[in-house]
Design a protein around this ligand. Structure first.
Ligand code: CA
Length: 239
């Protein structure tokens, strides 16, 4: 993906420009954002990022500070100098308070220190989009008699309250957002546990098993196992 920009043509969610020179993080963000219904454009060079940002077509910009050609502070300043009010979330590898202050002074709306969880990033993006008046993702997801409220984090099935752990909640949310999509355990690990998670993919099986139990998921399964691959969600086949 080096030096290239990739773009999904049919996406309709909020447009996000991601400027990050670290390929692993860039790819992780781009893939993750796309799964979540965002419309990401990923670039590795600061100058190219600035050029795109100045077109003024993005809803939010995720901007790394340490870039080889032009740093995030400079990009941020130039965007603001042009009078653009696009929401900017800065990424920093440093924990120093000066970075945070410099970033906010340069006109950033928020910042996130690496390593961060994808969940945390999504929460920040949602907050930024809300503040700038962009439409939110639906508050409630409904399928197979399950109602999942994204805001209150309450889950009900057939009008019975279901008490889930935060991890089970995120898993269910992801399944409900993407019915019939087959998720590998690695994808689920990345998306629910975060890219810095280091451990055994079997942890996914354990949490899916708990989730099924709590949902009363009996064959034919709502959450289907694809042996050696992962899982998919099939609301139409639930009993
Ligand atoms: Ca960097």
């Amino acid at each position: 993906m080096e030096g290239k920009e990739r773009k999904l043509e049919n996406a309709s969610g909020p447009k996000v420009l991601v400027v990050e020179d670290e390929p692993t993080i860039l790819e992780f963000l781009e893939t993750g954002l796309r799964y979540e219904g965002y419309d990401p454009t990923a670039v590795q060079e600061g100058k190219r990022g600035l050029e795109l940002a100045l077109q003024g077509t993005f809803d939010v910009i995720i901007l790394d500070i340490m870039l080889p050609d032009m740093d995030g502070f400079e990009i941020c300043r130039r965007i603001r100098e042009r009078g653009l009010d696009t929401s900017i979330l800065m990424l920093t590898a440093k924990k120093e308070i000066e970075d945070r202050v410099t970033g906010l002074d340069a006109g950033a709306d928020d910042y996130l220190t690496k390593p961060f969880s994808f969940k945390e990033l999504l929460a920040r993006l949602r907050a930024l989009l809300r503040r700038s008046g962009h439409t939110q993702e639906p508050t409630e997801l409904k399928a197979a008699g399950i109602i999942l409220n994204v805001e209150t984090r309450e889950v009900r099935r057939n009008d019975q309250s279901v008490s889930l752990t935060p991890t089970e909640f995120e898993l269910l949310k992801m399944f409900m957002q993407h019915p019939r999509r087959v998720f590998t355990r690695e994808t689920l690990l990345n998306r629910v546990w975060g890219y810095h998670y280091i451990g055994d993919a079997n942890i996914v099986d354990v949490h899916v098993s708990h989730l099924r139990e709590k949902l009363g998921d009996k064959p034919p399964r709502l959450i289907r196992t694809h042996y050696g691959v992962g899982y998919s969600f099939h609301p139409e086949e639930a009993v």
